[in-house]
Design a protein around this ligand. Structure first.
Ligand code: GLV
Ligand code: MN
Ligand code: MN
Length: 400
């Protein structure tokens, strides 16, 4: 199976590969469309019937979709900029190979089975994560989604239209959602828990609550050489303090806080910035800790803005509540994987969105580097093959 994994994996790898390592597959870009076309080809070659739902999610069906109570697996193909190879893509490739394994073993599922590719999971291009699953389930409002823009000012509606998908049709799709009886997402682990216990595969217990906040700081633009240091109203100082305050508040609470993106306006080396936007990604084990952490950052940044002579506003762009995966399904996944370890994750997933509607579970594949959202993300072919075997076992257990 490791050879079969490598053979299929190598057909996807060139799509969106960056020259300097890493992968960039922005949602609804040409590269994303190439990855989606790759999926359609591979699924069709396996005799699966591929449909695109009204939100741009792809479903490749084995059996009659209308029969209901389907067992659905899959993940996403979009990526963060210069991300790793495995985040999302591994779940799609392993799902296709698990279907192959069932066929090779002569397993004929009683329930329909589908491999899904959810659109725009990362939120890297349009700011809000899990757009495809969020629109499908109603967690994301269609008007809001259509109006989201990327860094070049292109709206989601424009990007979808350019890709041949009608943005006026997006929105909740209860009939399609009702077809799904169980959803299981396989994903590369985004930490080292499995490496530490020497297990190739794990089972997800839940997802930390998390969210993204945009912090906008306004000051006064001026000349970098002639503006006296004392009189400046420099928004970059407030922004720098926000980065440090977020880090400190997270460390004190055992949470996570990251500013991975910052924009200075107008962005000249020889000018004091007039404004700075920065995006805070914050996560914690429970909603109370997360709320307290974000509130503390807001208070401290507000105080600092007072000292800097700047003004600051902070507003949420997305918030995702905690997720506990279905306990009965989790027990079945543990049994089907021969007792794989159970772990929680602080990363967001389409499985987390679907979990509010459908019994949902996750499988993780060991990542020896523990790195994710960066080129250093890793998994061995043997562990990916173990993931395929585990997923095939789960599909057989659920669908037969
Ligand atoms: C998605 O990978 C996220 O956790 O941001
Ligand atoms: Mn992912
Ligand atoms: Mn990701």
């Amino acid at each position: 199976m490791a050879e079969a994994f490598r053979a299929l994996w190598d057909t996807l790898l060139p799509i969106g590969a960056d020259p300097d390592g890493g992968w960039t597959r922005p949602a609804w870009s040409e590269v994303d469309l190439a990855a989606r076309a790759w999926f359609t080809r591979e699924a069709t070659a396996r005799g699966l019937a591929v449909e695109t739902d009204r939100n741009g999610n792809l479903f490749a069906w084995l059996g009659d979709p209308e029969a209901g109570d389907a067992v659905v697996t899959g993940s996403h193909l979009d990526s963060v900029p210069n991300g790793g190879a495995y985040d999302g893509a591994l779940g799609v490739v392993c799902a296709l190979l698990a279907v192959d394994l069932l066929a090779a073993r002569g397993v004929a599922p009683r329930r329909p089975v589908a491999v899904a590719v959810f659109a725009a999971e990362e939120g890297a291009r349009f700011g809000v994560p899990c757009l495809g699953s969020g629109l499908l389930t109603g967690a994301v409002a269609p008007d809001r989604a259509r109006a989201l823009t990327d860094a070049d000012g292109v709206s989601l509606a424009e990007a979808m239209r350019a890709a041949g998908t009608d943005p006026d049709a997006i929105g909740p799709d209860p009939a399609r959602l009702a077809r799904i009886g169980h959803f299981v997402e396989l994903h590369v682990e985004q930490g080292r828990a499995l490496a530490d216990v020497g297990a190739p595969v794990g089972v997800g217990s839940g997802i930390w609550p998390h969210g993204r906040w945009r912090i906008s700081v306004t000051g006064a633009g001026d000349h970098a050489g002639t503006a006296a240091m004392a009189g400046r109203r420099d928004p970059m100082l407030t922004a720098a303090y926000a980065v440090l305050a977020a880090n400190k508040e997270a460390r004190q609470r055992g949470g996570r806080a990251t500013v991975g993106r910052l924009l200075a306006h107008p962005g000249a080396t020889n000018a004091v910035a007039a404004g700075v936007s920065l995006w805070l990604d914050a996560r914690a084990a429970d909603p109370e800790t997360l709320a307290a952490m974000v509130a503390a950052v807001e208070v401290r940044v507000g105080e600092r803005a007072g000292r800097d002579g700047t003004s600051v506003s902070m507003r949420p762009e997305s918030q995702t509540p905690p997720v506990t995966f279905d306990p009965a399904l989790r027990r079945r996944l543990v049994a089907a994987t021969g007792g794989a370890p159970v772990l929680a994750t602080a990363a967001g997933h389409d499985a987390g969105v679907l979990a509010a509607h459908v019994p949902t579970g996750m499988l993780f594949v060991r990542n020896p580097s523990g790195v994710s959202h960066a080129p250093g993300e890793a998994a061995t072919d043997a562990d990916c093959a173990a993931g395929v075997a585990a997923l095939a076992g789960v599909l057989r257990e659920l669908a037969c």
